[in-house]
Design a protein around this ligand. Structure first.
Ligand SMILES: [Ca+2]
Ligand SMILES: [Ca+2]
Ligand SMILES: [Ca+2]
Length: 393
């Protein structure tokens, strides 16, 4: 405040000095003195006041201009939150992308008019048949289970940690992956679209071929899998639901108890993986599961989970409903978790015919293993299965 008054007085002094110098110059060059003393007449005072006012306004305008060029001013993309002095990063876009720009998602179809809700309660592992696709659904009771790998399991990856104790409502899950014949029936009603790829890794014709009717459908985007599950009246499983169906409530590492081999005690192999038939360099030549590519669904009863769910390890990877995030298990919702709100990839589970063993151990097929794929892409080692809520949805 004091400095403002000082500068005002100084500017007045400068004006007075300027007027006096003009008068002196006039006297020197004209040889005559002015007929009035500067600032003595009323007219001159008015002129003087106007001149002072103009000087002050000019000074103010130039000060504002200097502030505009100040380096402390925020760049346009960085904005302060209204009502806060904190400077935030670039604003998060209001529209979070859920699909590649070239894919227009029309949204899921209505469920089939044949839909009937499954029973609200049953015993663990009880079976019920869907009236829409004829699929056998198995009951997974409500309660606590584990999601993620134990801290002392050194072969697990960081995105499986920390292990969480979650609780889930009861639900029903398909006993096997969705087959070509089942998916074809959905396409026939108009609720589903044809797979992006109709061949498989080793078969030129696969989808639509009667020889492969009972094999898992391949080449479907996440959005197509979602649509099929909407048609049967359910959804893709959350990662929590998928993992509980695979390893039960006791948090075992695989759907079965590990006894040092991919065979059970009766020499029955538990899964379709990259075995002796497989043509990849990492093929395991010591065992044979009978298939170099996908196998008919439910071919490995020795690999059933405690609830009787089949192919939760191997045959094809399976889409889940959840977006993938590396740190999804840190500070997660523990009751009916549904994963991050958004992401770029979807979580897939279980491993496939293309994946091998590590030193005779099916490490990659552990139920807590997580991988991720783009929801708008389709793959020849990835299928899906659906879940239904217990009782009326
Ligand atoms: Ca195989
Ligand atoms: Ca599988
Ligand atoms: Ca992984």
């Amino acid at each position: 405040m004091i400095s403002t008054q000082l500068s005002f007085i100084l500017s007045l002094q400068k004006v007075r000095t300027g007027v006096k110098m003009l008068c002196m110059l006039h006297t020197i060059f004209s040889g005559t003195t002015l007929p009035f003393s500067p600032l003595s007449s009323r007219k001159t005072r008015v002129l003087f006041l106007l001149f002072t006012l103009w000087t002050l306004l000019s000074a103010c305008a130039s000060t504002t201009g200097q502030e505009d060029q100040s380096p402390t001013r925020l760049p346009p993309a960085w904005t302060a939150t209204p009502g806060s002095s904190a400077v935030m990063g670039p604003p998060i876009p209001a529209e979070v992308p859920t699909a590649a720009p070239d894919y227009m998602d029309p949204g899921p179809p209505a469920r089939s008019e044949n839909f009937e809700p499954p029973p609200a309660t049953a015993e663990a592992g009880n079976a019920w048949k869907s009236a829409v696709d004829g699929k056998t659904m198995l009951y997974i009771p409500a309660g606590a289970s584990y999601l993620g790998a134990r801290d002392d399991y050194r072969l697990a990856e960081p995105d499986e940690r920390p292990q969480n104790r979650i609780t889930l409502d009861a639900f029903w899950i398909a006993d096997t992956e969705v087959t070509n014949a089942e998916y074809e029936a959905c396409v026939g009603t108009g609720a589903c679209s044809t797979p992006i790829y109709t061949g498989s890794a080793t078969r030129e014709e696969y989808f639509g071929e009667s020889a492969y009717a009972d094999y898992p459908v391949l080449g479907v985007r996440w959005y197509q899998a979602r649509d099929y599950c909407a048609w049967v009246g359910g959804s893709l499983p959350s990662e929590g639901q998928w993992e509980k169906a695979a390893r039960s409530h006791d948090g075992r590492r695989y759907p079965w108890e590990w006894v040092g081999s991919v065979y059970n005690g009766r020499q029955e192999i538990r899964l379709n993986y990259c075995d002796a038939e497989c043509t990849h360099p990492w093929a395991d030549n010591s065992y044979s599961d009978g298939y170099a590519d996908t196998a008919p669904v439910g071919s490995y009863p020795a690999g059933a989970s405690p609830y009787g769910v089949l192919d939760m390890a191997g045959n094809v990877w399976e889409w889940t409903n959840d977006w993938y995030a590396n740190a999804a298990f840190k500070d997660m919702v523990l009751e009916n978790p549904t994963g991050p709100d958004y992401g770029l990839e979807k979580v897939i589970k279980g491993g496939s015919w293309m994946d091998g063993l590590n030193d005779d151990v099916p490490v990659l097929f552990r139920s807590s293993n997580r991988a991720f794929r783009s929801p708008v892409e389709a793959y020849n080692d990835l299928g899906f299965r659906c879940v239904l809520p217990a009782g009326e949805p």
